[in-house]
Design a protein around this ligand. Structure first.
Ligand code: ZN
Length: 80
Protein backbone atom coordinates (compact mmCIF):
# COMPACT_ATOMS: atom_id res chain seq x y z
CA UNK A 1 0.00 0.00 0.00
CA UNK A 2 1.31 3.44 -0.95
CA UNK A 3 1.71 5.91 1.86
CA UNK A 4 -0.73 8.79 1.55
CA UNK A 5 1.14 12.09 1.44
CA UNK A 6 -0.80 14.85 3.10
CA UNK A 7 0.40 18.44 2.98
CA UNK A 8 1.15 20.01 6.33
CA UNK A 9 -0.33 23.47 6.86
CA UNK A 10 3.19 24.97 6.79
CA UNK A 11 4.22 23.01 3.67
CA UNK A 12 4.20 25.49 0.77
CA UNK A 13 4.34 22.80 -1.95
CA UNK A 14 0.55 22.68 -2.30
CA UNK A 15 0.24 26.44 -2.96
CA UNK A 16 1.61 26.62 -6.54
CA UNK A 17 -1.80 26.59 -8.25
CA UNK A 18 -3.24 29.24 -5.92
CA UNK A 19 -0.08 31.32 -6.48
CA UNK A 20 -0.49 30.99 -10.26
CA UNK A 21 -4.09 32.21 -9.99
CA UNK A 22 -3.06 35.04 -7.63
CA UNK A 23 -5.52 33.89 -4.96
CA UNK A 24 -3.12 33.58 -2.03
CA UNK A 25 -3.33 36.00 0.90
CA UNK A 26 -0.42 38.49 0.82
CA UNK A 27 1.57 36.78 3.61
CA UNK A 28 1.37 33.35 1.96
CA UNK A 29 2.05 34.92 -1.46
CA UNK A 30 5.33 36.37 -0.19
CA UNK A 31 6.42 33.22 1.62
CA UNK A 32 5.63 31.13 -1.46
CA UNK A 33 7.81 33.45 -3.58
CA UNK A 34 10.68 32.84 -1.17
CA UNK A 35 10.01 29.09 -1.34
CA UNK A 36 9.88 29.24 -5.15
CA UNK A 37 13.45 30.53 -5.33
CA UNK A 38 14.64 27.17 -3.97
CA UNK A 39 12.03 24.66 -5.17
CA UNK A 40 12.52 23.26 -8.68
CA UNK A 41 9.36 21.14 -8.34
CA UNK A 42 7.08 24.13 -7.79
CA UNK A 43 8.93 26.23 -10.38
CA UNK A 44 8.28 23.50 -12.96
CA UNK A 45 4.63 23.19 -11.91
CA UNK A 46 4.18 26.96 -12.06
CA UNK A 47 5.73 27.12 -15.55
CA UNK A 48 3.45 24.29 -16.69
CA UNK A 49 0.36 26.00 -15.21
CA UNK A 50 1.24 29.34 -16.84
CA UNK A 51 1.67 27.61 -20.19
CA UNK A 52 -1.66 25.81 -19.80
CA UNK A 53 -3.43 29.09 -18.98
CA UNK A 54 -1.78 30.86 -21.92
CA UNK A 55 -2.85 28.15 -24.35
CA UNK A 56 -6.38 27.97 -22.93
CA UNK A 57 -7.21 31.59 -23.65
CA UNK A 58 -8.12 33.19 -26.96
CA UNK A 59 -6.55 36.54 -27.78
CA UNK A 60 -9.17 39.26 -28.16
CA UNK A 61 -9.11 42.58 -29.94
CA UNK A 62 -9.61 45.35 -27.37
CA UNK A 63 -12.39 47.85 -28.14
CA UNK A 64 -11.08 51.08 -29.77
CA UNK A 65 -12.38 53.18 -26.85
CA UNK A 66 -10.14 51.21 -24.46
CA UNK A 67 -7.07 51.94 -26.60
CA UNK A 68 -7.92 55.67 -26.57
CA UNK A 69 -8.36 55.67 -22.77
CA UNK A 70 -5.04 53.87 -22.21
CA UNK A 71 -3.14 56.21 -24.52
CA UNK A 72 -4.73 59.27 -22.87
CA UNK A 73 -3.79 57.95 -19.42
CA UNK A 74 -0.22 57.29 -20.58
CA UNK A 75 0.06 60.86 -21.96
CA UNK A 76 -1.32 62.30 -18.71
CA UNK A 77 1.17 60.16 -16.74
CA UNK A 78 4.08 61.41 -18.87
CA UNK A 79 3.09 65.05 -18.20
CA UNK A 80 3.00 64.63 -14.42
ZN1 ZN B 1 7.89 23.40 -3.35
Amino acid sequence: MNPVRTARPDDPHHLARQYALNTLPERKHESFQTHLEQCQTDLSQLTETALTLALATQPIEPPPALRKRILAAARAERRS
